[in-house]
Structure formats: C-alpha cells, structure tokens
Design a binder for this molecule. Structure first.
Ligand code: GDP
Length: 305
C-alpha cells in the first residue's frame, strides 16, 4: 500500500535534506511536488488543497526558514499534516493493546450494524470483527445476516461462524430483515450475548430502497455503532459511498477493506477528511485474522518510510 506516494515523497524529502538554506520559493516548489504526489495517489482534490495550504502556512514562517535544518523542519511539517489528514494527533503514541475501538457501552446485547455495498467485504468483515471481539476483547458475540436478497448470504455467514467458533442466528426461511434483527436481539437477551453483529444486505450501487431499509433497521435496533464497510481498491468511489451513507444513515465509523491490494491509498488518505468519520479498522487480507486497528501515525510512518 502507498508504494507510489511513498517513493515520490521519499525523493522530494531526499532533495530537501541535501539542501542547506531554504528560501520561501524552495519550500513552495517542494510543496507543489507533494501536491502532485498526493493527487497521483488519488487523494480527493479538496483534501489535497487543505493539506498544502496548512503545510505552507506552517512552513514559510521565519523560524522554519532560519533554523539550522530547514529541510528537516519541512519534512516534519508534512509528516504532521499527514497524520492530521488521517484523523490522528501528531506525537500521540498508539497503544498496541488497546481494545477494539468499537463503542460497546450499552446494556447488552449491544447491537452493531454493518452496512455497505455488495462485494465491499461486509460479510467477511462481520466475521473478522466477531472473531476479534471474541478473542481479544473477551465478548460473547452473536452474528445475524439480514441479507434476504442474496440467496446464499445467510448461509455464507453461518459457514463463517462455524469456522471461527462464533454463534450465528439460526436461519428462518422467508423472514424479513427487520424481523430477523428483532429475533437476533431477543435471542441475544435470552442467551446472555454481549454483542449482536447485524450484517445488512448490500446492493451493487446506492439506491433509495437500500437506504430506507438500513434506516428502518437502525431505528428498530438503535445500534451503538453503524460501521460502513468500503473497498479501498475502489478509491474515490469508496469515499463517495461513505459520504452518502453518512448523510443518509449516520455512520459512526469506517472499515476499509482490501487495503492489502490497494497500492495508491487514495481512499485511506481522504476518507476521514471527506466524511468526517474515523476509519476504525482496516482489512488486510482474506483470512479471518486479517483485520487491524487503524493508527494514523503508523500509516503516516509507513508512507514516509
Ligand atoms: P459482501 O458482499 O460485502 O458481504 O462481501 P464479502 O464479504 O462476500 O467479500 C467479497 C470478497 O472480498 C470475498 O472474496 C472476500 O474474501 C474478499 N475480501 C473481503 N475483505 C478483504 C480484504 O481485506 N482483503 C482481501 N484481499 N480480500 C477481502
């Protein structure tokens, strides 16, 4: 991931490091190159503009240009701007033992809604998240597929559940999504589950029917989290899907999947700035343990090498 951007920024920084004194024009030229690198990585245009404006404002100050190592200072400014663009705070140390950043503060069973387009990796991610909550956070998890449109969807989740040792709601043929959701919560209550993951149906594209269905399920279940699952490989389309879902449904976080196959990184880089919502988790492979916490500073370090 980020191979292109990483290489480009590496070259720009190498040249900055070799310079002694820097003029305002030198900084301007370097930031113009950073701008091109970000655009080539498919970062959304308004996000790039804000980034460069912020970096320029910080870099042209006298303290930077008159310092002993102006190149290093500019590099640090770009690094910090990158962390901020990804939703982080520069200088904050990530806690590797932190619990999964999913809000589970409610009377159990806590409903968590998984939403997104068909093929985004929603069902796979539901399984991955269930496994993580079970193994790392010690929660008793129930999964239910509310996808009554795709014939094999409920079956797919059931098979995943068997693989990872997580209970799935028994399938009742012909039941509507809302009724399944209510049954899942009822069973969760009766059997002492901590969390109920509700895997909603997707569509190939956003349509009114899908939005109405998700809103109805959200209103009936009152989830603590509505997690939008989006495919990083689809770049700015993923960002637009997330923005629309957030406007219509109110998303509380994003899970970006297929980050392992995404060499440009545009969705990862612009998602937070465009939608205002945090990327909470990233999918890094097809296996059930390929789900990682999203740490802005670690991603920034990965990009800047
Ligand atoms: P859904 O229609 O949104 O429920 O999508 P699925 O969960 O069925 O996933 C579609 C395909 O994407 C499957 O082949 C998954 O194995 C694959 N997939 C999901 N997440 C990831 C990921 O993070 N990395 C990779 N490489 N493949 C993934």
């Amino acid at each position: 991931m980020f191979e292109g951007l990483s290489g480009r920024l590496g070259d720009i920084f190498d040249r900055l490091r070799k310079r002694g004194a820097l003029s305002e024009a030198d900084v301007g030229a370097a930031l113009r190159e950073v701008r091109v690198a970000l655009l080539e990585a498919d970062v959304a245009l308004p996000v790039v503009k804000d980034f460069i404006d912020k970096a320029r404002e910080r870099a042209v100050g006298h303290e930077v240009l008159r310092s002993v190592t102006p190149g290093q200072q500019v590099i640090k400014i770009v690094h910090d701007c990158l962390i901020e663009m990804l939703g982080g705070t520069p200088g904050e140390m990530p806690d590797i033992n932190a619990p999964t950043p999913i809000n589970l503060i409610a009377v159990p069973p806590v409903p968590v809604l998984m939403v997104g387009l068909q093929g985004s990796g929603k069902t796979t991610t539901t399984g991955k998240l269930a496994l993580r909550l079970k193994d790392r956070d010690n929660r008793k998890v129930l999964m239910a597929s509310l996808d009554t449109r795709r014939p094999a969807a409920q079956e797919q989740l059931k098979i995943l559940g068997e693989q990872i040792g997580v209970t799935t709601l028994p399938i009742v043929p012909g039941q509507e999504p809302l009724a399944i959701a209510r049954r899942a919560l009822e069973r969760g209550r009766l059997e002492g589950f901590d969390v109920v993951l509700l895997d909603t149906a997707g569509r190939l594209a956003i349509d009114e029917e899908l939005m109405a269905e998700v809103v109805a399920i959200r209103d009936a279940t009152k989830p603590t989290e509505t997690l939008l699952v989006a495919d990083a490989m689809t770049g700015q389309d993923a960002v637009n899907v997330a923005r629309t879902f957030h406007e219509r449904v109110g998303v509380t976080g994003i899970v970006l999947t297929r980050v392992d196959g995404d060499s440009r990184g545009g969705a990862a880089l612009s998602m937070r700035a465009v939608t205002g919502q945090p990327i909470k988790l990233i999918g890094t492979g097809e296996k059930m343990d390929a789900l990682e916490l999203f740490h802005p500073d670690r991603i920034a370090n990965r990009i800047l090498g």
